[in-house]
Design a protein around this ligand. Structure first.
Ligand code: PRX
Length: 630
């Protein structure tokens, strides 16, 4: 980045920040990547272990079905664990965990390697083979990490379902993935209460046919139903003679699937985004290394949930690939008091904190005194992800949490991108609310409806013009939808679904989604999921959901419901419908408001015009109504 004076509010890195950085100048990396893109990624890939080297870095002969590191053999788990066994990291902490109730566990690389191997052998003994899908449904406990790693080690494809999802969301994902095994926890602690994950799973399993066995991790220890012949305890199997501590990592083709992760799209059901062993590994390894400048002295805390992409890439795989120490916490940020996070930063000496704007805004509300009671001087870098961060929250995070000395890495990316795409590095001058620029070598643009780049500071559709190693390979079992959704609006370019603008300094500013995807407290939900949950209630005939701005959550869910003939709207019914959505999709999907209406604005072809509902709710002009039916 040139030294020219930047416009607006700018935070320059201090001498102290720059002193020990791995990449002192963005320009150096940018130059290397733009002069020889394939060479750039090939050099990074060479830092990792491959059973067999690649023939080509990128194969774009079947666009948009790109392949990376063709014909190479590797295993991401071998790179996460085995490679460290030969170094001092063998006895270094890989994972530190604190439970909401104060429980504590820590795993050295040696211990994590051992547990993973043992569990991989358990999976094998249950008949799980390369290519099989395994669904994992738990809270934030170490076993979720072990389960993911054990699957990947033997080449099974994990599909983690966020522990905050509920019956229908889990059922849909089990069914679509044809998982034959479900790994679940008995329960999860949340704000002092127990979420009964196993009973949610039992209900989902009544609707799902493919699952043969259920492995249950004991976390809360409360009474649960164990179905004879189907359900087994994790801790019992881990004590069996077949749970040996050695299980060779399967040699995987670079393009073999590593995991699928469901996410909400424009229409219809959630879709399974597919990521691979080779390219994904290289992408997350490199981005964490450069963006958070992670090293052996760090105690790194990504406060996301392992059940979302942030957790996959930057709690589990990225830190382990880098031989880092990763911290995992089970509970909510403000339980039992709003200093819980700050207390743990002090207690564990956390050096890097990576979280979402919604959490920052939520904690900011409690004032400066809570963090003020704790010594946060171990922090050296901060991160933000999931939605645009408003400058006010950025400044608070920077000054109160970061003591004014910690640069904030505002990373823009998606489930589909697998890795950071627009992101600063600690050496880059920051503007509150902007993720600065695309990662070196990656070209992105902002286009108008016709596909022409917009002018500086004009809003348009954000697209990605270059392939990148951790890119989505397809939607599981739905190649057509992959092409249609991401590559058809502007052929050759990947459509992100976000709108953005770029300022005169080339800094990108994300505005928000332009499709029917909502960001509620950083969680990605589709209007379709909420609507279909409402319609599955027998009082409801039609439903529409929209997201309206909310100070802490980002988006709040507003819904409009047409009741079946003869059903009367009431406060009680409203509450019943909210709970029904909570039961089917999960508590995060519960609508903020439900309004009973007689009709919904639709196009002549019957599509609900959510933008009209949104404009009306916000008291804005709904714009062009020529396609409105009525
Ligand atoms: O709208 C963008 C927003 O989150 C979307 C992707 O959501 P998901 O697949 O759940 O992944 C979230 C974590 C990577 C994007 O399309 N988003 C993500 N990061 C940012 C962001 N919006 C603004 N700034 C960000 N840093």
């Amino acid at each position: 980045m040139s030294d020219k004076k930047l416009s607006g509010e700018v935070f320059y890195p201090s001498e102290n920040t720059l002193k020990d950085l791995r990449v002192k100048k963005w320009d150096d990396l940018q130059k290397a990547a733009s002069e020889d893109y394939e060479g750039f990624w090939s050099n990074i890939a060479s830092e990792l272990h491959w059973f067999r080297k690649w023939k080509k870095v990128i194969d774009d002969s079947k666009k948009p079905f790109y392949k990376w590191f063709t014909e190479a053999k590797t295993n991401i788990v071998y790179n996460c664990l085995d490679v460290h066994m030969e170094t001092f990291r063998k006895n270094k902490l890989a994972l530190i965990w604190e439970g909401e109730n104060g429980d504590f566990k820590a795993f050295s690389y040696y211990a994590l390697h051992r547990e993973t191997n043992k569990f991989a052998n358990v999976l094998k003994s249950m008949g799980v083979r390369k290519g099989d899908r395994v669904t994992i449904y738990m809270g934030r406990v170490p076993e979720i990490v072990i389960a993911m790693l054990a699957c990947a080690r033997i080449g099974a494809i994990h599909s983690v379902v966020y522990g905050g999802f509920s019956v229908e969301a889990l059922h849909e994902r089990l069914e679509d993935s044809h998982s034959k095994l479900l790994i679940v926890a008995d329960g999860a602690y949340q704000r002092g209460k127990i979420v009964n994950l196993k009973s949610i799973a039992d209900e989902a399993l009544q609707r799902a046919a493919s699952v043969e066995h259920v492995l249950v991790v004991k976390r809360t220890g409360h009474e649960i139903n164990m179905e004879f012949g189907r359900d087994m305890w994790y801790h019992e199997l881990m004590n069996m003679p077949f749970a040996k501590s050695k299980c060779e990592a399967e040699e995987m083709d670079s393009e073999d699937p590593l995991f699928m992760l469901y996410t909400s799209g424009t229409t219809g059901k959630p879709k399974a985004i597919l990521h691979t062993h080779g390219g994904y590994m290289v992408g997350v390894y490199a981005t964490l290394r450069y963006v958070f400048d992670i090293n052996d002295e760090d105690r790194y805390w990504c406060a996301a949930d392992p059940g979302w992409i942030t957790g996959h890439s930057y709690i589990v795989y990225g830190p382990l690939l880098n031989g880092a120490t990763s911290f995992l916490y089970e509970g909510a940020p403000n339980f039992p008091y709003p200093n819980r996070w700050w207390q743990m930063i002090e207690k564990y000496g956390i050096t890097i904190l990576y979280t979402a704007p919604t959490a920052i805004r939520g904690l900011m509300r409690f004032g400066d005194a809570w963090p003020g009671r704790h010594d946060l001087s171990s922090l050296r870098l901060l991160g933000s992800v999931g939605e645009p961060i408003n400058p006010e929250a950025w400044r608070w995070y920077h000054s109160v949490i970061g003591g004014g000395r910690c640069p904030i890495m505002d990373t823009w990316w998606q489930t589909e991108t697998g890795m950071f795409m627009i992101t600063p590095m600690p050496s880059v001058p920051l503007k509150p609310g902007s993720g600065t620029r695309p990662f070196p070598g990656i070209e992105m643009d902002i286009l108008d409806e016709e596909g022409k780049p917009v002018k500086d500071n004009e809003e348009g559709f954000l697209v990605i013009k270059t392939p990148w190693p951790a890119m989505i390979r397809t939607i599981y079992n739905d190649d057509d939808r992959y092409v249609e959704q991401y590559w058809s609006k502007y052929p050759g370019y990947y459509l992100t679904g976000d709108s953005a603008r770029r300022d005169e300094d080339g800094y990108f500013w994300i505005i928000g989604r332009v499709d029917d995807v909502l960001k509620v407290s950083g969680y990605r939900l589709g209007t379709a999921e909420i609507e279909s949950a409402l319609v599955s209630h027998n009082a409801v005939s039609e439903a529409a959901a929209i997201g309206l701005p909310h100070d802490v959550k980002g988006n709040a869910i507003y819904t409009y419901v047409i009741l079946r003939a003869g059903v009367q709207g009431s406060k009680e019914l409203m509450e019943e419908l909210r709970n029904h959505v909570g039961h089917e999709v999960g508590p995060i999907a519960k609508p903020e408001s439900i309004e009973f209406v007689e009709s919904l604005p639709k196009t002549r072809s019957g599509k609900i015009m959510r933008r009209v509902l949104k404009a009306k709710a916000l008291g804005e002009d709904p714009g062009n109504l020529s396609t409105l039916e009525d």
